[in-house]
Write a protein that binds this ligand. Structure first.
Ligand SMILES: Nc1nc2c(ncn2[C@@H]2O[C@H](COP(=O)(O)OP(=O)(O)O)[C@@H](O)[C@H]2O)c(=O)[nH]1
Ligand SMILES: [Mg+2]
Length: 311
């Protein structure tokens, strides 16, 4: 039997970087990994592109694929021989936000979520407070100083909702700084953990009868995470993503979680680019923390997902 695993996460949560680094690890064989690739993927070109950017120390591009194709990595546990297909929805990140923000889910995503035996979700540690990005605070401060409204978010997959009026599209001249009206509530601006929890809840909600699954939570950007040297990934999640952490704690009948801290990029780009590309074995840029994973082995959490749950 081949296990079906799925990679999910909101825009900018670190999915593409992880996939690029994972692909490099299993094809380059520079360092030991728990899993190996069994055969080529159906969409090699997509992986090659990600991998090239990762090697060059470039940030991943947002998903612009109009067909929103899915890509799959086929892997095998070197020790047990167990095999799994890791489906990676090459979707606009917005698709993952829709269950919470718009009350619906793309059919193909829903079917894959429901069919999955295990799931990896991502949250990016560069946002220690989940609902505000530090970069956005700069925008707010400078726009207040300049007397203009907040800037349009410039991030990755954040296509704006077709359902929600965009307050930034107004054409009137901006109000003076002191009297900026509060922006209209846009459900896509909800904190990331609310959206993640809703995605998880949806998987077990009617018409599904609910089944227990393993879940890996990847805290990406671990190199830049606040208090990463002091906290375990579990403790970090409990402190900085309390809703998600408590949801998992109180729903242990449905979710068997393991939390990992991952630096798939190895540093902050573009700041650390020169340092990263100078590392002779690119696989050594990668770091993972948690549950006995070998330092560079991003396949360790996937291996855990593939293994039958210990009773
Ligand atoms: N510091 C640091 N930043 C990272 C790491 N991985 C991803 N990022 C950053 O997180 C942001 C989102 O990453 P990306 O992989 O494009 O996320 P996606 O939208 O979920 O595919 C980008 O700005 C990346 O540069 C990492 O290991 N360390
Ligand atoms: Mg991406």
């Amino acid at each position: 039997m081949t296990g079906q695993l799925l990679i999910a996460g909101m825009p900018n949560s670190g999915k593409s970087t992880f996939i690029a680094a994972l692909r490099y690890l299993v094809t380059s064989r520079e360092t030991q990994t728990a899993l190996e690739q069994t055969r080529l993927s159906d969409n090699e070109a997509h992986f090659n592109l990600l991998e090239e950017r990762w090697l060059a120390g470039e940030r991943m591009k947002r998903t612009q694929n109009p067909s929103e194709a899915w890509v799959t990595l086929h892997v095998r546990d070197r020790e047990s021989g167990a095999e799994a297909d890791i489906s990676i929805p090459d979707l606009k990140g917005e698709r993952f936000e829709q269950p919470a923000a718009a009350g619906f889910c793309d059919h193909s995503l829903y079917d894959a979520l429901v069919a999955s035996d295990g799931l990896m979700v991502f949250t990016n540690a560069d946002r220690s407070a989940d609902d505000t990005m530090i970069g956005e605070m700069d925008d707010v401060v400078s726009s207040l100083e300049a007397g203009t409204g907040p800037a349009e978010p410039s991030t990755d997959d954040q296509a704006s909702s077709p359902l929600v009026a965009q307050p930034t599209q107004q054409t009137e001249p901006p109000a003076p700084a002191a009297s900026i009206a509060p922006a209209r509530f846009d459900p896509y601006d909800m904190p990331e953990q609310v959206k993640v929890v809703e995605l998880l809840q949806m998987m077990n909600r009617r018409p599904q009868s609910g089944r227990r699954r393993k879940l890996v939570v990847v805290i990406s950007g671990w190199d830049a995470a606040e208090e990463a040297s002091k906290l375990t990934p579990e403790a970090w999640l409990a402190k900085y993503r309390p809703m998600l952490s408590q949801f998992l704690e109180y729903n242990s009948d449905l979710w068997a979680p393991q939390i990992y801290g991952v630096s798939a990029q190895g540093g902050v780009l573009p700041r650390d680019r020169a340092k990263l590309v100078a590392i002779r074995k690119p696989a050594e840029r990668i770091k993972i923390v948690g549950h006995g994973a070998q330092t560079h082995d991003l396949t360790a959490p996937i291996r855990w997902l593939m293994a039958p749950e210990a009773k």
